[in-house]
Design a protein around this ligand. Sequence first.
Ligand SMILES: *Cc1c(COP(=O)(O)O)cnc(C)c1O
Ligand code: SF4
Length: 336
Amino acid sequence: MITAFGRSTKPEALPDWRQSLRDAVTDPRELLALLRLEHLAPRLPPADAGFALKVPRGFIRRMRRGDPNDPLLLQVLPQLAELDHVSGFSDDAVGDLDAVAARGVLHKYEGRALLIAAGSCAVNCRYCFRRHFPYAEELAAAHAWREAVGCVAADTSIREVILSGGDPLVLSTRKLTDLMDALRSLPHVIRLRIHSRLPVVLPERIDAELCAWLAALPLQRVVVLHANHPNELDASVEAACARLREAGATLLNQSVLLRGVNDDADVLAALSERLFAIGVLPYYLHQLDRVRGTAHFEVPDERARELMDVLRGRVPGFLVPRLVRELPGGSAKCPV
Ligand SMILES: *Cc1c(COP(=O)(O)O)cnc(C)c1O
Ligand code: SF4
């Protein structure tokens, strides 16, 4: 930071990310009270209905008080509609269970191996396939990474290792270092990609220790963020993105198209513009995985294509994400 006298000072200390993670709100009633929405409590599903609420306080501060349709709130608040059984919506909608090549490794696409590095996230997104995936059994870390690393070592066609989950950045930097110490010596692996929602929902995770680790890796680094609405991208996220770029990472963003959250051309255009302003390029806009309990978020393909047409007319081509859907058994994400 440059002061009024032009001298450099230390950047402001970040809150301890582990503490922020522990402090996340898990009681829907507390969330509603913080937002002055206590009257919505009777509309909450029963507490034992499965996937729990979890949301960091920093993310809640970006929500509008008193607005039951706030686009950030809708992503995290349990709804009665999740209990509806809708045909076509199942527990393993993207066929991940068939693609497990070794403990914790998904090898579906050529040249890229995806490691399920962590079972949890800093936030529980209501639309997520993770609600039903048996992560506890499929974690790459479960066996000190040995099986996962062995799988990548044995297949020289793998050029890129993708850390996903769950959210890989909920792991300690120590654990990430252990994993990469095993992978960095493989000559065929040239690129590390990290898929994480933490730069958005818990930006203090992008601390000096993590950035030092990232900067020292002898690999190309890509971080794919996950933001769905421009209101998610406040100054704290902007600063986290700047730190990641300083550590040599190329920043991309993926979003999920969600009814009531971002199924609007103005919102999508504002999201792309805001992403670019903080140094991030839009990558994918995902059609929802048809996972049980998420049907109320679905946007029909025809409407999704209309939105993309409008968006293409509004922003430069490099700010138009690719609209895709994941299909079981496909050799890549499928354009819609
Ligand atoms: C989405 C995905 C990837 C990455 O796909 P890209 O099109 O390269 O972003 C890799 N492996 C698996 C299993 C995936 O689901
Ligand atoms: S995997 Fe991503 S979308 Fe799913 S709950 Fe975690 S952060 Fe949210």
